[in-house]
Design a protein around this ligand. Sequence first.
Ligand SMILES: NC(=O)c1ccc[n+]([C@@H]2O[C@H](COP(=O)([O-])OP(=O)(O)OC[C@H]3O[C@@H](n4cnc5c(N)ncnc54)[C@H](OP(=O)(O)O)[C@@H]3O)[C@@H](O)[C@H]2O)c1
Length: 266
Amino acid sequence: MSIRISLAGATGWAGSALALAIAKSNDLTLVSAVSRTHAGHDLGDVLDEPLLHCPIYATTQEALAHACDVFFEFTKPDVAKSNVLAALQQGAHVVIGTSGLTDADYAEIARVAEQRRLGVLAVGNFALTVVLLQKFSEIAARYIPQWEIIDYAHAGKKDAPSGTARELAYRLSNIRPSELTIPLEQTLGPVETRGARLTGSQVHSIRLPGYTISAEIIFGMPDQKLTIRHDSGSSAQPYVDGALLAIRKVNTFVGLRRGLDHVLDL
Ligand SMILES: NC(=O)c1ccc[n+]([C@@H]2O[C@H](COP(=O)([O-])OP(=O)(O)OC[C@H]3O[C@@H](n4cnc5c(N)ncnc54)[C@H](OP(=O)(O)O)[C@@H]3O)[C@@H](O)[C@H]2O)c1
């Protein structure tokens, strides 16, 4: 039986690549889409894909009038949480690709998902190389007590740190906090230069023209260091396979899971 999907952000850079992949799959069907500027149109016409027929609405509430099994969130952080909570109230499992939600947002989403007995899979980055960066970093953090995370993105990315950096810091917090040789309050000079303390990691966000999206973590020990880094290219393709997998697996658990590895056999 086909999985029915409502996709918020279906006309965006990431969402449109996902919509086209869903249209070509045999087991997934888009039943509704969200975009303010294309509301009232058919997504197949907007994306120039004759295989795709799906109405576009300006709001998630309108789109959710079509029954769906999975709601996919690929819009912007300022509306993502309310979209996700609305979808859970309608009885849909949820995949979150949008970055910029806080740990407090996730705590609230987790509570509602548990109450409703639904699955929510939040993935800061669907690319396989990022999933591996997370796994390798978790192994390294067991042996090396000090690390810092650097997140690089294009100048126009509003949210900081990136979803990838947030997710990495969150995951490492389950292992231990990174140690600081000099406590932050003893910094001589502006303490901001040491980055933000985020769930036990120092995180530095760089926003400059010339970058796409990269994430780097440096583990330091006396006289040796380990750097693990992921770089994205300019297409949305690396995210599509992971996003499809998330849609197919999100109904296999109850509550919130953060990271694609929860549904991968790593
Ligand atoms: N997890 C991952 O692997 C991954 C990969 C890529 C991107 N992302 C994240 O996904 C999000 C989207 O990225 P993008 O590059 O695709 O952005 P984008 O190109 O700007 O697309 C945003 C989409 O959301 C819609 N939208 C924006 N605000 C809305 C609102 N208030 N109500 C309804 N629809 C709204 C836009 O349509 P209208 O403007 O017409 O409303 C558009 O369809 C970002 O948070 C980004 O960081 C995550």
